[in-house]
Ligand binder design. Structure first.
Ligand code: ZN
Length: 257
């Protein structure tokens, strides 16, 4: 870690130490070190699959086989992944009362696995399934369960496709997630953005909700993003290096000191 990044981590820890209600907003970048490439990056899932053909309303109605080829690849990747030190640092800050909640655009479940108490999944999660047609819920206890099912997975009752509880292209963000996020953003005095460049709406409005009320913002990304103008501190470094370092410093401080 170079001196510039170290200095920025210290600034970030100072701001975090002064905060009384911090929330984190995370995106694909935080899970890359866990072996989950950003869907949109070269080598990511969208380089192999066309989202319109496997992750859309049209696909759910017309291409169940394609949806499930894609889902098996995604679920397989998630089930092999484990939280990395960036996830662990957020969970630790949560345990120490320094982080209220995590709002994430990720569907991989790694924040929950790391131990964060409240994780708001903007785009849903890949561990819950229901019938797209009749709404019946299906329990899923691991990849082995799915491996037993004939693909594509169809509802035994109505013949509709069984789908994950994730937001497909063209679908709405779950109302509960939106409402809870707005509630948190209206109280937070700090938002820590990790691994997301702010291009995906509406999650990208969360930092603005906090900063427009005078709250502060820290971003940890690999390079400059759309958040440059509103960030108090921009740390351009791998999150799995910067976050644990910041976390240690925040934990060493007393609240408000
Ligand atoms: Zn059904």
């Amino acid at each position: 870690m170079d001196a510039e990044v170290r200095k920025k981590c210290e600034q970030a820890a100072r701001i975090w130490g002064e905060s009384e209600c911090a929330i984190a907003l995370t995106g694909a970048g935080i899970s890359v070190p866990s072996g989950i490439p950003d869907f949109r990056s070269p080598g990511g899932l969208w380089s192999k699959f066309d989202p319109n053909e496997v992750c859309s309303q049209w696909a759910l109605e017309n291409n169940p086989r394609g949806v499930w080829e894609f889902m098996l690849e995604a679920v397989g990747m998630f089930s092999r992944a484990e939280p990395n030190p960036a996830h662990a640092a957020l969970a630790d800050l949560d345990k120490k009362g320094r982080l209220e909640a995590v709002v994430t655009q990720n569907i991989d479940g790694l924040h929950q696995m790391a131990g964060n108490r409240e994780v708001i999944e903007f785009h849903g999660g890949c561990n819950r399934f229901f019938c797209h047609k009749c709404g019946r819920e299906f329990v899923f206890n691991g990849l082995e369960d799915i491996a037993e099912v004939d693909m594509p997975w169809m509802c035994f009752e109505c013949g509709g496709i069984v789908r994950p509880d994730v937001v497909f292209f063209g679908e709405q963000i779950p109302f509960k997630a939106l409402a809870r996020t707005q509630d948190l953003a209206s109280r937070a005095d700090l938002v820590v953005v990790v691994g997301t460049s702010g291009e995906v709406a509406p999650a990208n409005t969360v930092p603005h909700m906090v900063t427009s009320r005078g709250g502060r913002m820290i971003e940890i990304n690999l390079g400059p993003t759309l958040y440059a103008e509103i960030a108090d501190v921009s740390i351009f470094a791998p999150a799995q290096e910067a976050l644990p370092r910041i976390g240690e410093m925040v934990s060493a401080r007393q609240p408000g000191v």
